[in-house]
Design a protein around this ligand. Structure first.
Ligand code: NCD
Length: 380
């Protein structure tokens, strides 16, 4: 049902013979033929590096058009629902989620898909000792698309590997994998920048703030920056939560300017976008001495005043800059800012954009982009 299948017979044969060890050991760019459709659009969505400028521009255009079509409550909505009528999606979320889960579910409904979900792995056969591979292979017996959020890095990749071997090869979308990647969040962040700057992301200065070490959204968004010319990145974080070297090396290799900055106040006036993040303290573990059993710390770590966006900073921001956050937020943004009427505070719009970019992504995976772009709106 989805996409146009394999780029070539050779890739198909290789995928079917390849062990997990060999697949996972490949460089990300070597994996791309095993993830994309022959036309270069995504089939499986695992990581941000698999997207090129053409994919990103297409997704933003399809999201814009779908949003417009949906305004026509009768004909427009019926048309969107007809696109994937009779197909099914499974949302398998083994980690907490509000926005990603709801926006995927709603996007699937906009496109007319039937929806299934598993949100508590203790209710699935994983609890009886089934491997994740077998569970994912089983999902493909019933549905046409899997969206998966999982605490383990590489879990969506494992899913793609097993589905590539299956005679029901269905697409899998990574809805967040451990501390590593959250590619669809990065897509919605790009769509938000695209809308905020009339499609002009090239040459912008983006300041990322907070837990950059474990924030998978900032990692995925940094990877996507390779697709834009002249972007400059500033990373502002407490010393123990700095952006990891793999991302900094990637940016270096792609000639993208990035600089660590200690003082948020210094860079606010330079920014076109300020991207705040919370402390990801669910990843903090302490080990009970002697037993080696990891125990989650129960307290919430505050970010510290130096990394908090204060209300007065709105006055220091450029007139056309935007304040973003993947949400959920905590103390890293002063509460009043969240409900201010300042149109540069865009995070609520950003979460809504998430639904439309996911409509676009699913439509593109299933090869429906042309139908959406060619749809003739009836005059009011
Ligand atoms: C993010 C996530 O889960 O990685 N949330 C989201 O998907 N909107 C960010 C976060 O939890 O801090």
């Amino acid at each position: 049902m989805a996409g146009e299948s394999w780029p070539s017979k050779k890739v198909e044969r290789m995928a079917q013979e390849m062990s997990w060890k060999d697949f996972s050991a490949m460089e990300d760019r070597e994996k791309v033929p095993f993830l994309n459709n022959p036309n270069g659009n995504p089939f499986h969505v695992l990581f941000a590096q698999q997207f090129n400028r053409e994919n990103l521009d297409l997704l933003c255009q399809v999201a814009e058009k779908a949003r417009l079509i949906n305004k026509d409550r009768k004909k427009g909505r019926e048309f969107l629902k007809s696109l994937l009528f009779g197909t099914y999606a499974l949302n398998f979320f083994a980690q907490p989620s509000t926005r990603t889960f709801l926006s995927f579910q709603t996007a699937q409904e906009v496109l007319g898909m039937g929806i299934r979900d598993i949100r508590d792995p203790s209710t699935s056969s994983e609890a009886k000792g089934e491997t994740l591979e077998d569970s994912i292979r089983t999902f493909s017996s019933y549905v046409d698309l899997v969206v998966m959020r999982h605490p383990h890095e590489g879990s969506a990749e494992l899913g793609a590997w097993v589905l590539n071997k299956s005679d029901r090869r269905i697409p899998i979308i990574n809805g967040g994998s451990g501390k590593d990647q959250h590619p669809t969040q990065a897509l919605l962040d790009i769509y938000t920048l695209y809308k905020s700057f009339d499609g002009q992301i090239d040459g912008r200065t983006i300041v990322m703030v907070g837990d950059l070490a474990r924030g998978r959204t900032v990692r995925s968004l940094s990877y996507l920056m390779k697709n834009y010319q002249g972007v400059e990145l500033f990373f502002v974080s407490p010393p123990h939560l700095r952006m990891r070297d793999d991302i900094k090396d990637f940016l270096d290799r792609h000639d993208i300017f990035c600089q660590e900055e200690d003082d948020l106040e210094e860079v606010i006036p330079l920014a076109d976008a300020i991207y705040m993040t919370r402390v990801q303290d669910e990843w903090d573990e302490k080990h009970i001495k002697g037993k080696g059993v990891p125990v989650r710390l129960k307290f919430r770590q505050p970010i510290g005043p130096k990394y908090r966006f204060k209300k007065e900073y709105l006055e220091w921001m450029k007139k056309d800059a935007v304040l973003m956050h993947p949400l959920p937020k905590r103390d890293e943004i002063e509460e009043e800012v969240g409900y201010s009427s300042d149109s540069r505070v865009v995070f609520w719009r950003q979460e809504r954009n998430g639904m439309w970019i996911r409509v676009a992504l699913i439509a593109v995976i299933f090869g429906k982009e042309k139908e959406i772009l060619d749809y003739q709106m009836s005059s009011p």
